[in-house]
Design a protein around this ligand. Structure first.
Ligand SMILES: C[S@@+](CC[C@H](N)C(=O)[O-])C[C@H]1O[C@@H](n2cnc3c(N)ncnc32)[C@H](O)[C@@H]1O
Length: 200
């Protein structure tokens, strides 16, 4: 008898529903990506994360997944301030296009982790968690997911539930990361008066 269990987003959701608990996973990925982009994801992180969501990498559509602060990531629609990383859109992730309400299934956020790193590594400005994460929530469809990759445990954004935490061990002497995965409430709808969203 096959007793293997697929540890994926559906498992995380049923675990939360049945046990009332958040799934914690640990991935050890001790090698850098081949592009060696400063602050880049570890090798295979992107692929593993997309597979966790059941996404077929060969067939994935550009309008399923958005990468905010994309750097040199490979998959989905990529948004970054730097034209050197050839994003699909050059844009400040604290203020995304107004017409993007409820547009994407999954948003992955990997910002510089503080203002000093932002300036020193990328020549970019201040990073405001509340601003970019609420934008990520706005542009994801109800029931969709927001992945917050950071070296800190990030606070749960309004209008979402925390459904999984992936602890990522990296190279020796490198700080581990945490990818918190939030699910947007299913009953959120756009508020046309101020371009934000409200919960029924
Ligand atoms: C930690 S790196 C992302 C690395 C990426 N996950 C990878 O694997 O290649 C952060 C990125 O955020 C970009 N960035 C900094 N501030 C930004 C902002 N306000 N809006 C959009 N992108 C920004 C930088 O140019 C940099 O490419």
């Amino acid at each position: 008898m096959d007793k293997s269990v697929e540890i994926d987003v559906d498992f995380a959701l049923s675990y939360k529903k049945e046990q009332g608990r958040v799934l914690n996973l640990a991935w050890v990925l001790p090698r850098p990506k081949r592009d060696h982009y400063k602050g880049g994801f570890p090798l295979w992180f992107e692929e593993k994360l997309l597979r966790f969501f059941g996404i077929d990498l060969k067939d994935m559509a550009k309008d399923e997944v958005i990468q905010l602060f994309s750097g040199m990531t490979k998959y989905g629609f990529r948004v970054d301030l730097s034209k050197e990383v050839k994003p699909d859109l050059i844009c400040d992730c604290h203020k995304l296009p107004k017409e993007w309400n409820n547009r994407w299934d999954i948003a992955i956020c990997d910002p510089p982790y503080n203002d000093e790193y932002s300036k020193k590594l990328y020549g970019t400005g201040k990073i405001k968690y509340k601003d970019y994460i609420s934008e990520a929530v706005r542009i994801v469809e109800p029931g969709g997911f927001i992945c917050s990759y950071h070296w800190a445990m990030t606070p749960r954004p309004d209008g979402t539930d925390l459904i999984a935490r992936i602890f990522v061990g990296t190279r020796t002497w490198h700080k581990p990361r945490i990818c918190n995965i939030y699910q947007k409430h299913k009953k959120m709808k756009p508020n046309p008066s101020n371009n934000t969203q409200q919960i029924d």
